[in-house]
Design a protein around this ligand. Structure first.
Ligand code: TRP
Length: 446
């Protein structure tokens, strides 16, 4: 059976932007920035996106387009008779880890959407939004039911196939989400005490740079937010036709993704300080902050409804790209149908998601890594370790295994003055930085 292809280059661009923009920009960016001191984190994050993220994005998509296979098969094709393909399993593993918590958080977002639709969030609940959220996520099965709902939506899109399922949905909702976020940022900035939030986000506390964990946090956030290192962008690239040009696409996706992150920072942090919320509240941060903003706004109930609707759609266009990674792989090796494979993979992730959800209830005492609960532990392993390792492997393949001329051709950079810059980054800068950050975190120096 012939592999599927995107309808148009625009279709690919929208799907790749849809993959990049999601809960990572709004939910994850806010709490990771909040936990890591704000401004110093933002500088590192921006530096990593530009210096490592965009070049690696180009690398990853090009590998997929050249090899026309999934994350494991692409390594097998481009580096035959080497063990390189084994690093593809980092990508498969991170897909399972990430989607099983992603679906839980997206389930929370659908629950919020439902509360705006039925009117219960139009006025502050008796226990406050903080209390209402805490009660909800610690409930034994309510959040799990919303997770199931989100997972079913994801599976349905993936099983309808690349073009029909994934390409269509993004065209309307990305612009809508951008418009709402910009509007919200203006409102949030007009709140009393907003200036402190702006300062938190943009004014770096220089002492924070001496903390090793901030580097790995910023690197992990850059990978997560750009959907890098798992093979999601690689798999999307494998559905591209050869004639599509890639460097401008990679830059466009990077700029778009960063824009969404900064705007959501401008929504969240002014409100965090205006409402006296702790910026290091962790994963619940946006779920406490946003309803407080909507409550104060004229037509806040309506806006809240549209906002969560757009957020759910943005999450769906990301989650499908994650489910597509193991789906493409298992379809190829076992020859299963797209239908059976996506249902099976999605179901396994859902079962893992039950554990994540219980981590906020009866299993809240379970802390696999340090102080981290189940969600944070899975996120840490996947985003801060497996994704950068996957990206490192792709960079080494391009920079050291393939010939320079082959690498430049694969990325459409043969005749571009940017070719040498990209090659230098992929060959030296990105691998060295990723390794330094790992060694630094393990405490080998500093
Ligand atoms: N980037 C998405 C977000 O910000 C999440 C995501 C989709 C992802 N595909 C990925 C993260 C692949 C890592 C790897 O919400």
């Amino acid at each position: 059976m012939a592999r599927e292809k995107w309808g148009t280059k625009l279709g690919f661009m929208l799907a790749a932007m849809g993959s990049a923009v999601g809960l990572g920009n709004i939910w994850r960016f806010s709490f990771v920035a909040g936990n890591n001191g704000g401004g110093a984190f933002l500088i590192l994050y921006l530096a990593f996106v530009l210096l490592i993220g965009v070049p690696l994005l180009l690398t990853e998509v090009s590998i997929g387009r050249k090899a026309e296979s999934d994350v494991v098969g692409s390594f097998q094709k481009l580096a035959p008779r080497t063990p390189w393909y084994l690093t593809g399993f980092f990508g498969i593993a991170s897909a399972f880890l990430i989607l099983s918590f992603y679906a839980v958080v997206a389930g929370w977002a659908i629950f919020y959407l439902w509360n705006y639709i039925n009117g219960s969030f139009f006025t502050s609940p008796e226990v406050g939004y903080d209390g209402a959220f805490g009660q909800f996520i610690s409930h034994s099965w309510h959040p799990i039911a919303w997770t199931a709902f989100f997972m079913i939506l994801t599976i349905v899109i993936v099983l309808s196939g690349v073009k029909k399922g994934i390409e269509g949905a993004n065209k309307i909702f990305m612009p809508l989400l951008a418009l709402i976020l910009i509007g919200l940022a203006f409102f949030s900035l007009s709140l009393d005490g907003a200036a402190e939030g702006v300062r938190f986000l943009f004014q770096p506390n220089w002492a924070a740079f001496s903390e090793p964990s901030i580097y790995i946090a910023a690197l992990g956030q850059a990978f997560f937010s750009l959907s890098l290192g798992m093979g999601a962008m690689l798999t999307y690239g494998s559905y591209l036709r050869k004639e599509n040009k890639l460097p401008s696409a990679a830059l466009g996706i990077g700029i778009m993704d960063t824009f969404f992150a900064i705007i959501s920072g401008l929504v969240i942090f002014p409100a965090v300080f205006a409402f006296g919320i702790d910026p290091s509240s962790g994963p619940p941060l946006v779920f406490i902050t946003l309803p407080s903003i909507f409550e104060q706004m004229p037509f806040g109930g309506m806006i809240g409804m549209v906002f969560f609707f757009a957020l759910v759609l943005a999450s769906l266009s990301s989650s499908v790209s994650i489910l597509e990674v193991p789906t493409a792989f298992f379809m190829r090796i076992f020859g299963w149908s797209r239908f059976a494979t996506s249902v099976l993979m999605g179901s396994i992730m859902f079962v893992m998601g039950i554990g994540v959800s219980l981590g906020f209830g009866i299993w809240s005492g379970v802390t696999p890594i340090g102080e981290r609960n189940i969600l944070d532990s899975m996120d840490y392993i996947a985003s801060n370790i497996l994704l950068p390792l996957g990206g490192l492997s792709m960079a080494l393949l391009m920079g050291w295994y393939l010939k320079r001329s082959v690498a430049l051709e694969a990325t459409d950079l043969t005749r571009s003055p940017l070719g040498s810059l990209w090659y230098f980054i992929v060959k030296f800068v990105a691998p060295v930085l990723i390794l330094l950050i790992f060694l630094n975190k393990i405490g080998l120096f500093l």
